[in-house]
Design a protein around this ligand. Structure first.
Ligand code: BES
Ligand code: ZN
Ligand code: ZN
Length: 499
């Protein structure tokens, strides 16, 4: 996407369409809509007065200008109630405007920035607007041979009448574009079906990142995984013809004496459940069981592009979970990379197994913090639905940072407790731990299991089962992968850097 930033007046700018926004209940359109209204002799005001346009959230109207101003069309977009304005709202309305322009069949447009009073800086506003537009225009169409709908917006222009503001806007636009494009890259990986995105392919994608950005990448295959005694990863992989991979992305960071953070992402490229096979209804969705891994790769990519002052290691254990002849079985006892033994109750709780080995591997970096992201439990969807990722961990400061970052990035997280009483549920008669508890507290026992493989390092676990995918499409997200985690982690690093 090409994004131009120009000093221009909305009533003077030449465009196929220009986007201006109006708050609900404003009798007189404010900001840029107000300027435009004056130039048009009160046409927008009239529309509001007659009740044809109310400024309700994401309401749109197209006006033709018939040569009265250089722009051919005006797209009015409703901002909703003034007191409810926030960054997430901005993404939502900007996204709506972008999709509406595409529906009009236009290839480019000009937009003004909504007026937000003193609440947000122009850089924040422009970042949110750019994110909303780029995320909303994303579609996964690699496998459509006949393209029904060819219109693709290739560029847009953000205008502001004050030349002194241009630099600030540019800063936000750059950030928004880097982040949103990394999210869309992540969405592509997650949307790819299991036959296309195998563990090997995921490894190659990581290596390709390392060629484009200042990153190092190592992809371990079977011999190295065996040498490292990552038996959990090996055992989960045994039911599949596809060899596993262990991906290590290393972003050294810009600056000296940097903090190290390890990000760990679940990379199950397809989860059939294994011998404890899943019901077939909606099993096809289990191609998104590598969303945590993809988000980790996406977040490291952003860090490298922005030159963030952290050393960030991304670890992604990747394999399929299938019921082949050599597959691991309920009742099996595995000796994990850490030496702890695990009794397998169900082969469908495979994510925590491969993560256990990765969390053990993470120790060698002596990191300041470890954050793992995983589509770990269906129970997380029962507990929180699709509105927040589940969060558990051993360090309140780290969790508070993530919570704050989530609010700002529009990717909310919600904490569940990790009291030691829950550990009881994972007691095994024959091994150190079993891989699932009973039916109760599924998200928590998943987190508690992972916690067994963390020593004292501050650690957070994010269960993204409900947030990584959406069936119907919502706000500025088309149906399918959301790329959740990339924006959250980016914000997390940026905020940490500030304090
Ligand atoms: N990948 C699934 C979790 C999942 C389910 C993610 C639905 C997204 C949507 C995971 O490997 C799994 O099967 N978990 C089990 C855990 C249970 C056996 C404790 C589950 O949720 O049923
Ligand atoms: Zn599973
Ligand atoms: Zn899984």
């Amino acid at each position: 996407m090409k994004i131009n930033i120009e000093k221009a007046r909305v009533e003077k700018v030449r465009a196929e369409a220009v986007v201006v926004s109006v708050y609900e209940k404003d009798k007189l359109p404010g900001g840029e809509a107000g300027e435009l209204d004056k130039a048009l002799g009160g046409k927008i005001r009239d529309l509001i007065k007659k009740g044809d346009f109310k400024g309700k959230l994401s309401q749109t109207a197209v006006l033709y200008t018939w040569g009265q101003i250089p722009a051919k069309r005006i797209l009015l977009i409703g901002l909703g109630k003034r007191e409810e304005m926030g960054l997430e709202r901005l993404r939502q309305v900007a996204g709506k405007a972008g999709s509406q322009i595409r529906e009009l069949g236009l290839k480019s447009f000009v937009t003004t920035l909504p007026e937000t009073g003193k609440k947000f800086g122009l850089s924040q506003v422009s970042q949110a607007v750019v994110e909303g537009i780029i995320l909303a225009l994303y579609r996964f169409r690699q496998f459509k041979t006949k393209d029904e709908d060819k219109t693709e917006i290739t560029q847009f222009t953000i205008i502001h009448r004050d030349p002194k503001k241009i630099l600030e806007i540019k800063k936000g636009v750059k950030l928004g574009q880097i982040v949103a494009e990394a999210v869309n890259w992540t969405r592509d990986l997650v949307n790819l079906p299991g036959n296309e995105l195998t563990p090997q392919r995921l490894g190659r994608e990581a290596q390709m990142l390392a060629r484009q950005f200042p990153l190092k990448c190592k992809v371990l295959g079977l011999p190295e995984i065996k040498r490292l005694k990552m038996n959990c990863l090996l055992q989960v992989a045994k039911g599949s013809r596809q060899p596993p991979r262990f991906i290590i992305l290393d972003y050294p960071g810009k600056g000296r004496r940097l903090k190290t953070v390890v990000l760990v992402g679940k990379g199950i490229t397809f989860d059939s459940g294994g011998i404890s096979i899943k019901p077939s209804a909606r099993m096809e969705e289990m191609k998104y069981d590598m969303a945590g891994g993809a988000a980790v790769l996406g977040a490291v990519r952003v860090a490298a592009q922005l030159g963030l002052p952290f050393r960030i290691i991304g670890l992604v254990p990747a394999t399929e979970n299938l019921p082949g002849g050599a597959a691991y079985k309920p009742g099996d006892i595995l000796t994990s990379c850490s030496g702890k033994t695990i009794e397998i109750i169900t082969t469908d709780a495979e994510g925590r197994l491969i993560l256990a080995d990765a969390l053990t591997y993470a120790r060698r970096y002596r990191p300041e913090a470890i954050i793992d992201l995983a589509t770990l439990t269906g129970a997380c969807i029962i507990a929180l639905g699709y509105e927040a990722s589940g969060m558990l961990g051993n360090n309140q400061r780290l969790l508070a940072r993530l919570k704050q970052a989530g609010e700002e990035a529009g990717e909310r997280v919600w904490e569940l407790p990790l009291w030691k009483e829950y550990d009881e549920l994972l007691k095994s008669e024959v091994a150190d731990v079993k891989n699932v508890g009973n039916r109760s507290a599924g998200v928590i026992t998943g987190g508690a299991f992972l916690g067994r493989f963390i020593n004292k390092t501050p650690w957070a676990h994010l269960d993204i089962a409900g947030t990584a995918w959406n069936d119907k499409g919502k706000k500025y997200m088309s149906p399918g992968a959301t790329g959740v985690g990339v924006r959250l982690l980016t914000r997390f690093f940026q905020n940490w850097d500030k304090k």
